[in-house]
Design a protein. Structure first.
Length: 661
């Protein structure tokens, strides 16, 4: 009972020291609680979109290690601040076992407060953020129900975190003498050695990471390449701070400007503190970079959704008939398709004659070499190797039906339309038939575009007959092609679309081997909005986590460095440094250490920009202007938030230092 009371008294009397750690644990608990409460909510089942729950679970898995890591960082700072107190306990006769017991009881009390306070705040915020989440994914159920897992999951995460902290506390107290504990908080640093080799390795790793990110190609190994580039940049970042910054500061000691008071004091102070700063600076840089990348990616997914859907499905409704028994359109004649449409009209009383009917020959994956004369002999699997181009065969007649204007073509003449990549030969030998390229189309409207992953090209033939001949010349001995489909595309109201889709699909059982399919833009938009809205919500939560983590690290650094620097600045003023010079030196030091991570983070994002663009392209979003705008907006938002953190935390540092000068 005595030790429990002692633990309570320690927390109460040293609440200023415990408060930042308690703030960190409560924040992380609340974030985990919000995700868990929405993930396990029965309301998600009513939405009938299973992908949302999967996205939320992925977000929870990512959030857990970061929240535990931030709590560990906060607790290590707390231990260092209280090391002198623990040392005094040891000297006054309280044994290591008793001191460890007190520290563990303190952790138990803080865990209890974290769970209670975090649950209260979590319930309130979850209700509000659930409304935001539902609005993002386009749902209409606004009553969040809390299941037992909503409370159990964050509580178990917090318990796991505090068990790890208990091991850290026990190890630190048992493996340090009372004298070491007394001196731990005020322990100075020796000037670190310049490590030119490590500095070079750090720059090389960053260079290789940037190179992989810039030259990355969409394919089977994109995830591996992405992970490798990220790992190299993270290691390179820490080596940059560990070695390169020390080398740079030592270079600054040369020359006459070094002996100016502000420069002299700033450089030497940074040199002696850089050992303990490097990990913190590296952590801040990585967290800020991750916040930028996460927010840009998720905002782009949300912002580009409608644009992508409109490009890939220009009409609200597509009614499709395809022969699954053989590779040609064979039995699905125009007359048969018209009969199916007439039956659909009778059931729904919706006029489908205003729609546009054509044959879609899908995409064919082939190897297109660069040069004036290209020969295509084989269909290839689209994911088999790099350099594969997805080719669409489209007739001029079809594009004119869809509202495009194109000049007439001779039977063996074609136009080329490049969606992505460069492809501009003079002739193409297409499975033995020579085609002459008469030019490139600048824009094609009302025709579903490719997803723009890798190279995509459209071949526009003279007429429907020529397109069918080119299609039939292909040898179907691989999986790099799509079966030709007869389509009707039309714009309908949401209600008419629903009735037509239901009626057309209901005839499927009586049309074998012809398969009837539909593409419903309203349904696709709903599913897509659920995906992108879920990702945006996760991005917001993770981005907030990274920013909170960076802010907490910055705050701890400012307080710790203020305590270390206060005596040094007092001595400097006593030996003749003016109050103005002291103030200039303090501000110069703060600015250099504080803004270095944000500058490096923006450089990291610039290096990863192309890689992020290609990953976003996988989702069919390719608006470069939108990407630049979103990136600029997110960076500006992060910089503003970072500056506000700077103003608040630097005030704590200045207050500690100036109190003693």
């Amino acid at each position: 009972m005595f030790y429990l009371k002692l633990a309570q008294r320690n927390i109460r009397q040293s609440f200023k020291i415990f408060a930042p750690f308690l703030l960190a644990t409560v924040m992380m608990f609340v974030l985990n609680f919000i995700l868990a409460s929405i993930t396990f909510s029965p309301e998600l089942d009513k939405l009938d979109i299973k992908s949302v729950a999967v996205v939320l679970i992925i977000g929870q898995i990512i959030l857990i290690p970061f929240s535990i890591g931030i709590e560990i960082y906060a607790y290590r700072f707390l231990l260092k601040k209280r090391s002198r107190e623990f040392g005094l306990y040891d000297i006054l006769g309280l044994g290591k076992n008793q001191i460890t017991l007190v520290a563990l009881l303190e952790l138990l009390l803080i865990w209890f407060v974290t769970v209670v306070l975090g649950t209260i705040v979590g319930v309130i915020l979850s209700k509000f953020l659930f409304l935001v989440f539902i609005a993002l994914i386009g749902g209409n159920y606004f009553n969040l129900t809390f299941l037992s897992w909503s409370f159990v999951m964050p509580t178990l995460i917090a318990l796991t975190s505090f068990v790890i902290l208990a091991f850290i506390s026990t190890w630190a107290l048992r493996h340090n003498s009372s004298l070491t504990l007394l001196r731990a908080e005020s322990h100075g640093e020796r000037e670190p050695k310049s490590r030119s080799f490590l500095a070079l390795i750090g720059i090389l790793l960053l260079g290789v990471g940037y190179y992989l990110a810039i030259t990355i190609k969409v394919g089977t190994f994109i995830v591996v390449t992405f992970a490798g580039a990220v790992l190299l940049v993270i290691v390179g970042t820490y080596l940059f701070y560990v070695a390169f910054t020390i080398w740079y500061l030592k270079q600054q000691k040369r020359g006459r400007r070094y002996y100016q008071p502000e420069k002299f004091i700033t450089i030497n102070s940074l040199l002696y503190r850089m050992k303990q700063n490097v990990i913190g600076l590296g952590n801040i840089t990585i967290l800020v970079t991750m916040a930028i990348v996460t927010l840009v990616t998720t905002v782009m997914l949300q912002a580009g959704l409608k644009q992508n859907m409109m490009a890939n499905m220009p009409f609200t409704t597509e009614l499709i008939a395809m022969n699954t028994g053989e590779t040609s359109i064979g039995n699905v004649t125009e007359e048969q398709f018209d009969r199916l449409l007439s039956l659909t009209e009778k059931q729904t009383q919706v006029d489908l004659k205003k729609g546009i009917q054509y044959v879609d020959y899908g995409t064919t994956s082939v190897k297109l070499t660069h040069g004036k004369h290209v020969t295509v002999k084989h269909i290839m699997s689209s994911d088999s190797q790099s350099g594969v181009t997805n080719v669409q065969l489209v007739s001029r007649d079809t594009l004119i039906k869809l509202g495009n204007k194109l000049p007439k073509l001779a039977p063996n003449d074609i136009f080329i339309h490049n969606y992505a990549g460069e492809f501009n030969p003079k002739t193409i030998n297409w499975f033995g038939q020579l085609l002459r390229i008469k030019g490139q189309t600048a824009h094609v409207k009302n025709y579903a575009t490719q997803s723009l992953v890798g190279n995509s090209t459209m071949i526009v033939t003279a007429n429907d007959t020529q397109t069918k001949r080119l299609y039939q010349r292909m040898t179907f001995d691989a999986d790099g092609y799509s079966i030709a489909q007869r389509k009707l595309v039309i714009d309908l109201s949401k209600n008419d679309n629903q009735n037509v889709v239901k009626a057309f699909k209901s005839m499927n059982d009586n049309t074998a081997p012809v398969s009837l399919l539909v593409s419903d833009r309203f349904a696709l938009l709903k599913e897509g909005q659920a995906y992108s809205g879920g990702f945006l919500f996760i991005g917001f939560t993770l981005g907030l986590t990274f920013i909170i983590g960076a802010a907490l690290i910055i705050y701890y650094k400012q307080i710790a460095e203020g305590e270390q620097d206060k005596e040094a600045f007092r001595i400097l003023q006593e030996v003749g440094l003016s109050e103005k010079e002291v103030s200039q030196t303090i501000n110069s030091q703060i600015r250099l250490l504080f803004f270095m991570p944000i500058v490096v983070a923006v450089i990291h994002f610039a290096g990863a920009y192309i890689m992020i663009s290609k990953i976003i392209n996988v989702f069919g979003i390719n608006n470069e202007t939108l990407m630049l705008s979103v990136s600029g907006g997110v960076i500006l938002l992060i910089v503003v938030m970072y500056y506000l953190i700077y103003k608040v935390t630097s005030h704590s540092y200045v207050k500690i230092v100036q109190r003693h000068v």
